[in-house]
Ligand binder design. Structure first.
Ligand code: HEC
Length: 118
């Protein structure tokens, strides 16, 4: 094989690898079950967050007035912060804990993979 061909072949191999990697990085949401507000989110948020975050809660325990998760739209407006606080490996919401690893995985499948707003 000529040097030029060898180099061309190496580049082609690299390109292929990049394409594979690209597919992998989108792979977080590949083959995950459909998780959305209806089949998971509403129950999760009401049970674990709304005690302090609902607009109607009698005691917010210090939760900021604007962090209300009464509707699916409000939840998605807080998508990034909810993921950061409640879906991390060492979650800081709810403040006293209470979510299982399974809950947190589903939370990621929902807010990272579902159609936004659902
Ligand atoms: C026991 C009351 C309580 C519960 C239950 C609770 N929170 Fe909070 N939340 C707070 C308080 C107090 C703050 C303000 C202090 C802070 O940010 O740590 C807050 C702040 C927040 C914020 C805004 C701050 C930021 O980092 O952007 C988000 C988002 C949030 N909580 C999400 C959640 C989610 C999601 C849940 C349910 C999984 C939840 N919280 C459950 C009390 C609570």
């Amino acid at each position: 094989m000529s040097r030029a061909l060898l180099i061309a072949a190496l580049f082609a191999a690299c390109d292929e690898k990049d394409v594979d990697t690209g597919q992998d990085s989108g792979g977080l949401c590949a083959d995950v079950p459909l998780v959305n507000y209806d089949n998971f989110g509403e129950g999760f948020i009401n049970h674990l967050c709304q005690g302090c975050h609902a607009s109607t809660t009698p005691n917010r325990y210090g939760a900021p007035e604007d962090t209300t998760f009464d509707t699916v739209e409000e939840v998605w407006a807080w998508q990034e912060r909810i993921l950061a606080r409640a879906a991390a490996d060492a979650p800081t919401m709810p403040p006293a804990g209470g979510t299982s690893e399974d809950d947190r995985t589903r939370l990621r499948w929902w807010l990272e993979c579902a159609e936004p707003g659902t």
